[in-house]
Design a protein around this ligand. Structure first.
Ligand code: SF4
Length: 410
């Protein structure tokens, strides 16, 4: 399938999707591509097959392979929860900080009106330990917002080093389990994931981990070993950031070709990226941000269909990953932040840029940026990042990107 080219001769993804939509092959929603069945009109439908479930680590609790990521204003979008249950999505993920509490509050409002559904849901919330304060008190506040006595899984939010899982947290987790406030305990991470996983595999009190994992990272030797070690240790694994979006928008030739090839087969590149991760049976679930029904329906369709990607499909994804390697931040911040004299959380800033360029969600990017430590935000225009750039295996233009973030998100 051919694609249009801009004045510089480059293919243009937006034009491509406009053309594809006109042909009835797909749709453009808020600037992003989402698949829908070729025969579909405005109606969103998903196949009438059950949502697959997998055991969550040694707990053996069966969770839907697609999890509802709750980083949005659920309070005003509770229809999403009803549809999630209708479509068999029983794993709901939220956090203290999502939507400034409106995510937890929205789920709580749902449980208040639909108390019978609480037991159907595998409910996860997270607290950042770095924020300090009374951890137990903050969990109590979360439970109050969620209108429940317990969460099925509690994550320490966004660790970047396994040393953060100190022994005091082990004792805390045990006491919270004993009190019936949490059933399982673990952490989430999008920085230095491999090291965090390797360390966790040696800690028998870690029940679950949510981590960045996608078609770009899943074939890297160290990541493969780290995932295997956790899987063998009985840790339940949830993949996030599975679209592998980056702080740089590429619109590359291979992206256009990949999208066209997948679309002709009846699914989108977004769905193919999910399916690539589901083919790894060690991953219990994919947590996906699904703030609207279009995204939820397309993701649910991909989960339910369980279409296996062919070898040539996987090769296409690998080719795309290689060609756009320099657009993606892999979260290995020990390599870049680690060489700077002053602490700047580079990979977190890259994540904000990813929300902007890849998710096209300025609100989320700004909110995440504003939640970063003040020192990181203040130093973005002051620090010389050339040493960090030399250490980056993907040759990301860190200095330019940090300045871009400081302009976009203030
Ligand atoms: S900027 Fe480069 S070194 Fe730093 S986390 Fe991203 S990919 Fe790794």
């Amino acid at each position: 399938m051919s694609s249009r080219r801009d004045k510089s001769g480059k293919s243009n993804r937006r034009d491509f999707f406009k053309k594809a939509a006109a042909l009835g092959l797909g749709a453009t929603v808020s600037g992003s591509s989402f698949w829908r069945p070729r025969e579909a009109s405005a109606q969103i439908t998903i196949p009438k097959k059950p949502m697959p479930r997998r055991p969550f680590g040694r707990s053996s609790i069966m969770v839907s392979t697609l999890s509802l990521g709750g980083m949005f204003d659920i309070l005003n979008n509770r229809l999403m929860l009803a549809k999630a249950l209708d479509w068999g999505i029983n794993y709901w993920d939220t956090a203290e900080g999502y939507g400034q509490g409106r995510s937890e509050e929205g789920i709580g409002r749902w449980f208040a009106r639909n108390p019978d559904t609480r037991k159907q849901v595998f409910l996860v919330t997270k607290l950042s330990a770095r924020r300090g304060g009374d951890f137990t008190g903050r969990l109590e506040e979360s439970l109050k917002r969620l209108n429940t006595d317990y969460v099925d899984l509690f994550f320490v939010h966004g660790i970047r080093d396994i040393s953060e899982m100190e022994s005091s947290l082990k004792s805390w987790a045990q006491s919270m389990k004993k009190a019936g406030k949490i059933k399982l305990f673990g952490f989430s991470t999008h920085s230095n994931m491999e090291e965090c996983l390797e360390g966790a595999a040696k800690l028998p009190w870690i029940d679950g981990i949510m981590f960045t994992y996608n078609y770009r990272l899943m074939h890297e030797a160290r990541m493969k070993e780290a995932v295997e070690a956790c899987y063998r240790a009985g840790i339940g694994l949830t993949a996030m950031k599975t679209q592998g979006g980056g702080p740089v928008k590429s619109d590359s030739e291979s992206e256009i070709e990949m999208a066209g090839r997948f679309m002709q087969k009846g699914f989108s590149d977004n769905q193919a990226k999910l399916m690539a991760v589901w083919q790894d049976k060690r991953i219990a679930s994919i947590c996906s941000q699904m703030p609207n029904l279009t995204i939820m329906a397309t993701n649910a369709a991909a989960a339910v269909e369980q279409t296996r990607l062919s070898m040539s499909d996987r090769a296409l994804l690998a080719q795309y990953a290689e060609e756009t390697c320099g657009d993606y931040c892999a979260g290995c911040e020990r390599l870049c932040s680690g060489v700077l004299a002053q602490r700047v959380e580079i990979s977190d800033v890259m994540r904000c840029l990813m929300y902007f360029h890849s998710y096209q969600d300025l609100g989320l990017a700004r909110a995440t940026f504003q939640a970063l430590p003040a020192q990181t935000r203040e130093l973005l225009t002051q620090v010389d990042f050339s040493k960090a750039e030399r250490s980056c295996p993907r040759n990301l233009k860190i200095g330019r990107l940090m300045r871009e973030a400081s302009t976009l998100f203030v």
